[in-house]
Design a protein around this ligand. Structure first.
Ligand code: FAD
Length: 411
């Protein structure tokens, strides 16, 4: 059985950032990353791909080039955990031991939860920015649209980047507005949540865009099935004490699928009742297993599931895992920071930044960026600054804008 000081499950945003952070702090530690995919994706860029701003290719890089120097890449997928014996078993049967375990394989997009969706995705005007290969189809549909009905959906929480369903819609509407087509567009937003956005401070500015684009906002309306060839979507809507089902015809539909914990995580002894991994909200440590940590989308924490959250969590998980390796108590705390740059029009963003409990946590002073209002500087940040910050900062363990807080001051 191979054994490492630190074993990381998943080489996505959280896994690479945490591994890099650990090796920067302690280069002599033995560390391996279990990751099945040859490709690594900058998913926050997919909104821009669907909006016709980025080419899809700029959001994908080879995993090999991102594995930090000093880390070993184990090409495979984790299948099960044995935390009592500090061991992980891979799908191919390999067993790997560890001193400390960091679990971050992301979440599962549950396309199959919507009957009819899998069969029609990528055709019949049915698209989603939540897949690398489909975000360019969103761009094509929006460009070819000559009027008609466009539907946008948002499933129940939790989802990664809770603003992304509306970002796709606003960028589409803005393009139709510019092309003089908005008058012929009948746009509906079906959001399973009871509010437009989970943090109230950002709602008024978003509502003004709903009004400007003439969007028919349907709250507590959940997509339940879709018939691609007939171009009809079925929604279940809560209206007062009643639940009703409504069919809507469409010319195009942007679907965001329901999102759950990966199956092997939900079935593991590390899972919380929700299926995601149980961890302390501040230290990111498992409540029972003191050498097990989780971060990123797989953690059962209440922050916004974003790469921005992973950026802040990575040094916390790194410091606390190193402490665990030394037999010491956790030293760093995560405050729930997450960020959602809401692309309300090409060139302007409402930069939502908040922590646990919806507490606003702006990175910049108000005179530079007022997060609750549309800002050109925020767009510049999203288009030009955040991608290099991701590839060259976060994934290299350079903690620009991510200095961890000591435990006790967090929260
Ligand atoms: P991921 O980055 O998804 O990585 C998980 C990794 O685990 C993958 O490499 C996968 O191959 C691997 N893996 C899976 N199963 C196994 C297994 N069994 N064993 C080992 N490895 C496994 N965030 C923002 O901050 N800002 C945004 O504007 C933003 N916009 C978004 C827009 C869209 C359309 C989408 C889809 C996401 C967006 N996000 C945004 C969210 C962000 O991409 C995620 O929150 C972030 O990638 C989470 O990082 P992660 O490492 O937990 O998961």
């Amino acid at each position: 059985t191979a054994c490492y000081d630190i074993l990381v499950i998943g080489g996505g945003s959280a896994g690479i950032a945490t591994a890099a952070s650990i090796l920067r702090r302690r280069p002599d530690v033995s560390l391996a990353i279990v990751e099945p995919s040859e490709d690594h994706y900058y998913q926050p860029g997919w909104t821009m791909v669907g909006g016709g701003v980025f080419a899809a290719e700029v959001t994908r890089r080879g995993e090999a080039g991102l594995i930090p120097a000093g880390a070993e890449w184990i090409r495979g997928a984790a299948a099960s955990f044995d935390p009592a014996n500090d061991r992980v078993t891979l799908v191919d049967g390999r067993v790997i031991g560890y001193g400390a375990l960091i679990v971050c394989p992301g979440l599962k997009l549950d396309w199959d939860a919507i009957p009819g969706l899998g069969a029609t995705l990528g055709s019949n005007g049915v698209t989603s920015n939540y897949r690398y290969d489909l975000a360019p189809y969103t761009d094509r549909l929006v460009r070819r649209f000559r009027g008609g009905r466009a539907l946008f959906t948002q499933p129940p929480m939790p989802i990664k980047c809770a603003g992304a369903p509306q970002k796709a819609m606003y960028l589409s509407c803005h393009r139709w507005e510019r092309a003089g087509l908005l008058g012929q567009a009948d746009v509906q937003f079906h959001n399973a949540a009871p509010a437009l956005f989970g943090v109230a401070a950002y709602v008024p500015a978003l509502e003004s865009y709903i009004a400007r684009y003439g969007i028919d906002l349907q709250l507590e309306s959940r997509l339940v099935s879709i018939d691609g060839t007939a171009k009809v979507a079925l929604f279940e809507q809560k209206r007062g004490d009643m639940v009703r089902r409504v069919e809507e015809r469409f010319d195009m539909i942007h679907v965001v699928p329901p999102q759950v914990a990966p199956d092997f995580i939900a079935a593991s002894p590390l899972a919380a009742p929700s299926g995601f991994i149980a961890v302390d909200e501040a230290t990111l440590r498992h409540p029972l297993h003191v050498n097990v940590f989780a971060l990123g989308d797989v953690a059962a924490t209440t922050n916004a599931k974003t790469a921005a959250a992973a950026r802040k969590q990575a040094p916390v998980a790194a410091l606390n895992a190193l402490a665990a390796l030394d037999g010491a108590a956790p030293v760093a705390a995560y405050n729930g920071y997450g960020s959602c740059p809401l692309t309300v029009e090409a060139g302007k963003i409402i930069l939502a930044e908040f922590g646990y409990g919806g507490k606003l946590l702006p990175t910049f002073p108000k005179w530079l960026i007022e997060g609750t209002r549309p800002s050109r500087l925020s767009w510049l940040l999203k288009e030009k600054i955040l991608p290099p910050l991701y590839w060259h900062g976060m994934l290299r363990g350079r903690e620009w804008l991510a200095a961890p807080e000591p435990l006790g001051k967090g929260g």
